[in-house]
Design a protein around this ligand. Structure first.
Ligand code: 13P
Length: 249
């Protein structure tokens, strides 16, 4: 049975001291064994975050990694490097990476394969742009993203995949998908997986919603049947807000 997950994507925020402070503030929080809580600090603070969270239930994930194992890729970080400091989870395909660093579903397919080769868990992000939503072709866009990046995976590889549906128009904009819009899309995604694989596998995949989740709207969104938690940006940077969101799942 799939668990609920609340993950905080800290993006390019928090220096070393602020990272430690936020982790210390989150550490006392207790939550049910059915819930997983993750945080994704910047690369420079992952080793520190890993140490500070040892023995607790906060899980640390990276925000990105390179598709190659090593080589002449100045400024890049490999899966093996992450693994060597105890990080075995990574966010891939965030819309900001797609928009500013030209990541595509085809290049992400390679990253996902590399991550799985290193036995890492992947939080795979995808979502439609505002134009797609307005044009009414958002289901097709989502289907293409998933088919291109993930539908060559074997059924057993899916045990390492967490999906994060993040409509681009809702990220950092204060706009959220309504709970009904989120549910409609999450059910569609689960249906696609059931068609390609089977219903048992589809029911096991955790599908998170991301895009302006706040304490005020979290419980309405999380109460939807196919929404298994959230990937949180801005509100994950304030311990109080993030904890309130965790309590809403
Ligand atoms: P916001 O919660 O700030 O909209 O960001 C969502 C997000 O991009 C999480 O990855």
């Amino acid at each position: 049975m799939r668990k609920k997950i609340v993950a905080g994507n800290w993006k390019m925020n928090n220096n070393k001291g602020e990272t430690a402070e936020l982790i210390q503030a989150l550490k006392p929080l207790s939550f049910s064994p059915d819930i997983r809580v993750m945080i994704a600090p910047a690369f420079t603070h992952l080793a520190q975050a890993e140490k500070l969270t040892q023995g607790g239930r906060l899980e640390v994930l990276a925000q990105n990694m390179n598709a190659s194992d090593s080589g002449a890729f100045t400024g890049e970080i490999s899966a093996g490097m992450l693994y060597s400091i105890g990080i075995n989870k990574v966010i891939l395909g965030h819309s900001e990476r797609r928009a500013y660093y030209n990541e595509t579903d085809s290049s992400l397919k390679k990253k996902v394969e590399t991550a799985l080769t290193h036995n890492m868990e992947v939080v795979f992000c995808f979502g439609e742009e505002l134009e797609d939503r307005k044009a009414g072709n958002y289901f097709e866009v989502i289907q293409t993203q998933l088919e291109t990046a993930l539908f060559d995976l074997t059924p057993s590889e899916w045990s390492k995949i967490i999906l994060a549906y993040e409509p681009v128009w809702a990220i950092g904009t204060g706009e959220t998908a309504s709970p009904q819009q989120a549910q409609e899309m999450h059910a569609f995604i689960r249906g696609l997986i059931a068609l390609k694989y089977d219903q048992v596998l589809a029911d096991d995949v955790c599908i998170l919603y991301g895009g302006s989740v706040k304490p005020a709207n979290a419980s309405a969104i999380f109460s939807m049947r196919d929404v298994d938690g959230g990937l949180i940006g801005g509100a994950a940077l304030k311990a109080e807000d993030f904890m309130a969101i965790i309590q809403s799942v």
